[in-house]
Design a protein around this ligand. Structure first.
Ligand SMILES: Nc1nc2c(ncn2[C@@H]2O[C@H](COP(=O)(O)OP(=O)(O)OP(=O)(O)O)[C@@H](O)[C@H]2O)c(=O)[nH]1
Ligand SMILES: [Mg+2]
Length: 349
């Protein structure tokens, strides 16, 4: 009898300890913030994730630097070919000597290790020095090439060096479209935080739903500078129209319809320059504010806010430059405030 009582006591104590552990695990888990970064392709999502590595972790690993180095070099060849083809389509004539270089360049195959031969580097430099060739980059809203491509053309000598290691700026400007999901974990003022990066191109979006559960805050990234550009996946669609439609379906989504959102109106540096020359009415016919930065940004903001179906949740926003680390630090100051607000409401903090 005595033994049975003892066994029962021990079992109860064991159960109590297990329950205590489960409860403390639950509290830690609930305190963890999950930031889900969504938006169309090329809007700047991964750039924000890269910034968290610089701001809250040890930066980029040697492995990552090697991956970016290869991508930067392969992109240089790819982007040179894109500009050559654009010159042909837009009937931009190069000097006859450079036309010959361009013809031969279209046959170049990138080295599988991403090495650049002296001849390739030389040809790219000759073409980039040609004002007509360079001028085609200014017309890039008529074809598909990353805005940041010029950075590597301008710095080709550095990029081509044998012992080249990409700088943080090189990595932040490097375009690699995301396929699949990437998670970075970091502490945000003591709160364990996970940030989830997904691919934004149409074919990638069906993977999003698997990430929706337990989201604390949705960060929706819009590249406002894309108002005169066509979608990479479907050149009949305006990029900003696509982002607006995607924003609406995302905030109405069953799993996200009660979540707070932070909209990052990104690429404001490019927008600021572009709006001086190209009226926002190329995208929104009803817009009457002309080429004025303040009026145009307010109008875009209004168009997004109109699609927001509120309920009790909050819609935050900020105009951002994803490639600028100081600017992104401000974004995370706001994110931190918003997380505190959400957790306080839920009684977690
Ligand atoms: N000038 C400028 N370039 C930016 C800004 N934000 C991002 N970029 C660049 O825009 C390009 C696209 O950025 P990504 O972060 O790859 O875009 P993404 O949303 O992750 O795209 P997907 O992975 O295809 O969904 C990259 O070349 C970035 O360097 C910005 O605010 N200003
Ligand atoms: Mg990405």
């Amino acid at each position: 009898m005595g033994n049975r009582n003892n066994d029962l006591k021990k079992k109860r104590e064991r159960d109590r300890k297990i329950n205590q552990q489960i409860e403390s695990d639950r509290k830690v888990y609930e305190r963890e913030a999950k930031l889900l970064v969504l938006g169309t392709g090329d809007s700047g999502k991964s750039t924000f994730i890269k910034q968290t590595q610089l701001l809250f972790r040890d930066g980029f690993s040697e492995d990552e630097k090697r991956t970016f180095k290869k991508a930067i070099r392969i992109n240089l060849i790819r982007h040179t070919k894109l500009l050559i083809k654009a010159c042909r389509t837009l009937e931009i004539e190069l000097s006859s000597q450079n036309e010959e270089i361009a013809d031969l360049f279209l046959e170049v195959k990138p080295d599988s290790n991403g090495n650049l031969s002296k001849k390739i580097v030389n040809d790219i430099k000759i073409l980039w020095d040609d004002t007509a060739f360079k001028g085609s980059f200014e017309k890039r809203s008529q074809f598909q090439i990353p805005d940041t491509a010029y950075h590597y053309f301008d710095n080709i000598d550095e990029v081509a060096k044998e012992d080249y290691t990409p700088s943080n700026v090189d990595i932040l400007n490097c375009r690699i479209a995301t396929s699949g999901v990437k998670v970075i974990e970091f502490p945000l003022s003591g709160i364990p935080t996970k940030i989830i990066d997904v691919g934004g191109q149409r074919s990638e979006r069906r993977k999003w739903i698997h990430q929706f559960e337990d989201t604390t805050l949705v960060i929706y990234v819009v590249a406002i500078s894309e108002y005169d550009q066509k979608l990479y996946e479907d050149e009949s669609i305006n990029r900003l129209h696509e982002s607006l439609a995607l924003f609406e379906t995302t905030c109405k989504n069953y799993f996200l319809k009660k979540k707070d959102f932070l909209v990052l109106f990104n690429k404001k540096d490019i927008f600021k320059e572009k709006i001086k020359k190209i009226d926002l009415n190329v995208c929104f016919q009803k817009y009457k504010g002309g080429c004025q930065y303040k009026k145009a940004t307010n109008y875009i903001k209004k168009r997004f806010f109109r699609r927001w179906k509120s309920g009790k949740r909050k819609l935050h926003h900020m105009f951002t430059i994803g490639t600028n680390t100081k600017n992104v630090k401000l974004v995370f100051n706001l994110v931190q405030e918003v997380i505190y607000e959400i957790f306080s409401k839920q009684g977690i903090l």
